[in-house]
Design a binder for this molecule. Sequence first.
Ligand code: NDP
Ligand code: 2IT
Length: 447
Amino acid sequence: MNVSARIDAVYAQVLRRNPGETEFHQAVGEVLHTLAPVLRAHPDYVDTRIVERLCEPERQIIFRVPWVDDRGEVHVNRGFRVEFSSALGPYKGGLRFHPSVNLGIVKFLGFEQIFKNALTGLAIGGGKGGADFDPKGRSTGEVMRFCQSFMTELYRHLGEHTDVPAGDIGVGSREIGYLFGQYKRVTNRYEAGVLTGKGVSWGGSHARTEATGYGTVYFVQEMLTARGLHLDGRRVVVSGSGNVALYAIEKIHALGGHVVACSDSSGYLVDERGIDVTLLKEIKEVRRERISAYAEARPTASFSARGSVFDVPCDIALPCATQNELDEQSAIALVKNSVVAVAEGANMPCTPAAINVLREAGVLFGPGKAANAGGVATSALEMRQNASRHQWTFQQTETQLADVMRNIHAQCRATAEAYDAPENYVLGANATGFLRAAEAMDAQGLV
Ligand code: NDP
Ligand code: 2IT
């Protein structure tokens, strides 16, 4: 069987074995699609079924999460942790609390995490978890009780050398605090390295909160520089207004760019004077309100409940909200408005058709596995600080984050060129991540 036929067979098996998990199919399809030249150069990886093994999680955990709301009513949610690959280190990846969470979503995220984490060059395997819990409108007490119940089951699967969760959609430093407190209580251990994204006063790393958004902007800067372009004075559109989006906006402004629009799940806002990050943080992180409150507070801003934030003309677009938010139609609109670069702050925010449109138009495209790897890389730096019971300064940590992003960019570029596909960062990221994980799997035997 030739390599292409083998890849087709692996994909067909993934579809058969994981019915209805459309996001997982999409994530696997995208990676397999780029691996043919890599496998032709490494026929031994075909013989030892490395790709088949990577598509099958090492372990999948699904559990009941019962909790009581403020009125005394009982709720039952479903919790997940998919431990995908421990080839390069303990399972590592965030927890997502959102009503849309299901096994297929967690598997797509866990699968991508293998390659992203490998790309950082740090010793972390891939995993992901979460629950179909909706934190919107819930009191702090309800969120705490949910986190405690979630951890009461999950703790037995975790450990600083086993599986190390962090945040993702709906899970920020507040939730990590409650999860850590419950882990500590049920295990009677102050095991700082079991979770990342902790508060900086109790084992967290400086710059972890900022890392994903900042890292995405560093990646964009590297792509632009490689083409002889720069960020200064560029119009930028960012989707979302959560952790990743907020710090992407902050860093774009610090480097001379001009962010004119952002969004949340209720719609998008345009502020030609430039998004005021302090106000946006106050509304989204402290008051936990909708972005329309921003438009009410700033006369220069307007809010729209309909349409897409990517219809706003820009030089650079950073999708930083959720999967499949930037579709073919949005990509066509961006190209029509002469977009220069698109980088994925979120995981899989661009549909395959959108990526085709962008790449065919010559737009610089930074895939999430590379462009948003700064968050998990800084989590690995947090684990390193926890292991040595030491804390670096903000600047020391940010310098290392910038180095990691520069290296990721250089490696993606070099790999793409080696496979005769210059500027193809999708191939560069997938092939580099795959080769790192594959080499370790090969050395560790059939496990
Ligand atoms: P947050 O929960 O902090 O923010 C999510 C943002 O996206 C909010 O503005 C939210 O709007 C919006 N959003 C979420 N789901 C939807 C949806 N279904 N439709 C429209 N808008 C939506 O999450 P993060 O910023 O942490 O995560 C954003 C993305 O980045 C995710 O894809 C995540 O996997 C990825 N990522 C996160 C990392 C991290 O370190 N946190 C690291 C790498 C990637 P609303 O407020 O209305 O819900
Ligand atoms: O998608 C991601 O990389 C994250 N949500 C961060 C994972 C982590 O372990 O820091």
